[in-house]
Design a protein around this ligand. Sequence first.
Ligand code: ASP
Length: 301
Amino acid sequence: MKPAIIVHGGAWKIAEDTHADHIAGTRAAVAAGWALLKQGETALDAVEAAVSAMEDDPTFDAGIGSVLNRVGEIEMDAIIMDGETLALGAVAAVRGIINPVRLARLIVRDTDHSLLVAEGARRFAELKGMRLCAEAELTVPREVERFRALQQKKDYHLSEGFTPDPMDTVGAVAIDANGNVAAATSTGGVHYKLPGRVGDSPLVGAGAYADNLTGAASATGHGESIMRVVLSKTTTDALGQGMSAQEAADYAIKYMYDRVSGYGGIIVVDSQGEIAFAYNTPHMAVAWVDSSGEIQARIKG
Ligand code: ASP
């Protein structure tokens, strides 16, 4: 089997002056995953490497650069899933670590659990020897400014419901030389979210799904819509019904819009190694390795 990998660096409106950073960041993420796949490493290792590269990059809303919630804190969500065994690890509302996807991977490797949240997730990180960091290390000036601006807007009071814009969540899907697929997604969530709000990203089937029998998918966009239609599993189920990777991605995004008026994007790899993406937001940042082995990175709009 020829390996394949595709990553995303979020959907929605990606500001013009950050396009170059998004392209550089998604390109570096694909390169990190592809280097492992070329050496015969697993799809699971490749998606972990790709996503953690974007968590380290302050451009994205994941790890360093995560958005601030309504009390100015950073709470992060992540998931990783192995399509061979259907084993998954996820963390939700975790604070004070740089690479939530690596913590999710340790849950797969070292526990018989699937999802750890908040303080328990952080304690597990500590137990495993992951470096805990101060919030300041994750916080970038861009997000402090955004937080202050939102605080000034009176429509953002707690009592008034509103739909926040999704941000630059990251994700990756891959297939390795043995035909095993994997998916991973990581996010700081949506800006100005209520403390404790968990989005779609760490929820299996919503933020990501991987099954060797069909393929793997990773989602971005409005979490409360994505979880209602279980977007990633809807995409891989469509593969199971005989759709091509592109047809499945298009179908799932259209289904989310038709059913819940939801906006977002999806990346997918099928069990034959075909990759595709679809989105109905103004932009989506994606990068992949093409059939000649070249890395392609684009802000699609
Ligand atoms: N889906 C993420 C969430 O709702 C946000 C995003 O993809 O930008 O937390």
